[in-house]
Design a protein around this ligand. Sequence first.
Ligand SMILES: CC(=O)SCCNC(=O)CCNC(=O)[C@H](O)C(C)(C)COP(=O)(O)OP(=O)(O)OC[C@H]1O[C@@H](n2cnc3c(N)ncnc32)[C@H](O)[C@@H]1OP(=O)(O)O
Ligand SMILES: Nc1ncnc2c1ncn2[C@@H]1O[C@H](COP(=O)(O)OP(=O)(O)OP(=O)(O)O)[C@@H](O)[C@H]1O
Length: 711
Amino acid sequence: MTTDTTDWSAFAQRLARRGERRLVLVEGPRPEALAWLRRQLPTPLWGAGLWTGPANDRPHPALMPVAPARARDWLGRELDLLVWDGWHGNPPDALAALAGTLRAGGLLFWLMPPLAQWPTFDDPDYARTGLDGADRHPFAARMAALLRASDSLIRVVCPTRVPLALPVLAEPETPFRVAATEDQARLVTALVRFGLGRRRRPVVVTADRGRGKSAALGLAAAQLLRRGRSRILVTGPSPDSIATLMRHAETALTGDLAEVGPDRLVTAAGAEIRYQPVPELLALRPPAEVLLVDEAAAIPPDRLRALLLGWPRVAFCSTVHGYEGSGRGFAIRFRATLETETPHWQALSLSQPVRWAGSDPLEPLIDRLFLLSASGSEATGPAGSEGGVTVEPWSPAGAPEAELAEAFGLLVDAHYRTTPADLRQWLDDPAAQTWCARVQGRIVGLLWAAREGGLPAPLAEAVAQGRRRLRGHLLAQSLACHGGLAEAARGRMLRVVRIAVAAGARRQGIGQRLVRAARDWSARAGLAVLGTSFGATPELLRFWQSCGLAVVRIGVQREATSGEYPLQMATGLNAPGQSLVATLRQRLVRHWPDLLLRHWQAMAPELLVSVLEDLPADGQLEPLDQRDLQGFAHGHRGYDLCWPVLRALSRCPGVLARVRDQGELPLWVAAVLRGRDWQALRQDGLCLGQRQGEARLRSVVRALLAQAPEL
Ligand SMILES: CC(=O)SCCNC(=O)CCNC(=O)[C@H](O)C(C)(C)COP(=O)(O)OP(=O)(O)OC[C@H]1O[C@@H](n2cnc3c(N)ncnc32)[C@H](O)[C@@H]1OP(=O)(O)O
Ligand SMILES: Nc1ncnc2c1ncn2[C@@H]1O[C@H](COP(=O)(O)OP(=O)(O)OP(=O)(O)O)[C@@H](O)[C@H]1O
């Protein structure tokens, strides 16, 4: 033992008795820091630990090496020690996620250059998101300032040979123990009431990490079996996600169980709690009185909806931890479905931590560093007018902390996947431009954009041919590559990365004003295009249309998490930009019927038609087509013979809008545009069969011909 060794094991035990965890920042050259750590960590190590650097460098053989990119695999597990090698990169989402796996008594050693060097430290992780070109890093500077101000942080400056003076921690009166909190007990009671109560009154439980939400589900499921329910189904994004739930249910049912398996608990009376994966549940539809869905935020929205409608009592639970970015967005987006389908739904939440004490300083510190609990302004705009709203350029990097938290909160609340990595990108990207809208000084709207494109001709050509891919330049690159147009990567553009207006201030023109500010700035700066890329919904499409942008591309695959098609819209700001947008749109006009048949089968009819209505109508009927249509309308000509003409008719101006007005859009889209057969249409409840379906389509065409004789 050398003289500078600290008894970390005793310190960890004391922390555990207080229910707390600590961050230990090990500053100074990496070799010295590693040498220091090697001297500190005893053999055997006092608990389970991870090391995020290269396996060969690990400072203790008992530390398990894990690449930060695999941090997700550790969610739901528990650790005593995390040694984070910041010299090999600091991806914010992974650091925040792994910090949450530390149990009471846990220590997080973070190896980094001295705090003073953080603003210019060339973090190896920057290359992943194109930030390696920046010479200053406000995000890291901000973290350094927050750490410097923290009174719970333990700082070690290497090289050092003196023993560390650890904080003196008082012994608690009662040692901390992981056990039910009052909050959790209340939730269990509420869940039992829900499980025994009326149908179609779903509950949505949200909680930060480590609040005991999964355990509460298990405890409630056990009580429900005891109180007469015969089958409770549980599901989640993966079998691992329900292990805690099953374990707590099993413990609560001890003595009553006839069969115990990892995905099934059966009581002596034959009642069961059974895990089934989401696809299996939706395919087999096993009956059950209650369905519990854990980690619901990681399940695509269309599946959540199917689960909601498929069983009489459904509870959805989700963690709202910001590093996955899905939690809060889940609550916000799913709310719309709940309000429409099951207006009597109920929101429940858990706030007291179970895994550590309320006095734990690590959770609030990580929270501050990564703004994990940021939530947007409650401020509303002035009703019915634009008066009192100011729109101005704004820089997140220079903003006071409280304002930054409020502004980032707006983005988090408004977007499904806004994570600490976005916060870093927003603060650090030299190509970022931001505008904010204020009412009485408070931020009620934000537009974050990034300058893209402007690539040298040979590189732009290589991107267009699909031979090169670059970090960043998302829209420029996508348009160049998918459209096969080098001009898209050569021209300079501004991409709106995110826009958000506080819920209480929407539909007052604030969004439009923010876009106008970005557009005016771009035009003045000589950029060719203003564009954006987002998960398509008819509402957002309408918003961007109202800002003067037009559809230039729709992705061929839905995004896995949101289940939405990526949609790209743009407007030309000068002659080359206008010509680029026009060319992209012409290609889309030519290609959409084929894209539709092969790729857009899952697109909701409303969205599909909104997209098609955005494009210039290009359908033309010839005299023979017109004769066919007359024949079809009056029942002399069969549907199959007329199908090509009906498709051409769909492309004529105003036709789809008229079909919508007649309430027949779903049938028209499925039969005519998608070419689905009558059996499939009947199965989907779109018609009673061929005879009835054809009759309805004939009646639509008759009305069309009456309204628009020029057809
Ligand atoms: C790249 C991206 O960021 S895409 C994601 C956009 N952001 C989000 O989805 C976050 C949540 N939503 C929001 O924050 C807001 O609703 C925004 C930013 C989309 C729109 O901001 P707002 O200030 O409400 O828009 P604004 O009042 O300027 O609307 C202008 C027009 O857009 C259209 N529009 C806006 N919202 C909607 C909507 N929900 N449904 C239909 N049309 C809409 C309307 O035509 C509206 O004019 P009108 O109110 O006179 O009918
Ligand atoms: N009432 C309880 N008694 C004993 N242990 C509990 C109790 N509630 C929760 N725990 C334990 O606390 C830890 C966290 O609980 P749980 O996994 O339910 O939390 P969670 O809110 O789902 O959090 P996370 O998203 O971090 O997994 C688990 O190890 C669990 O076994």
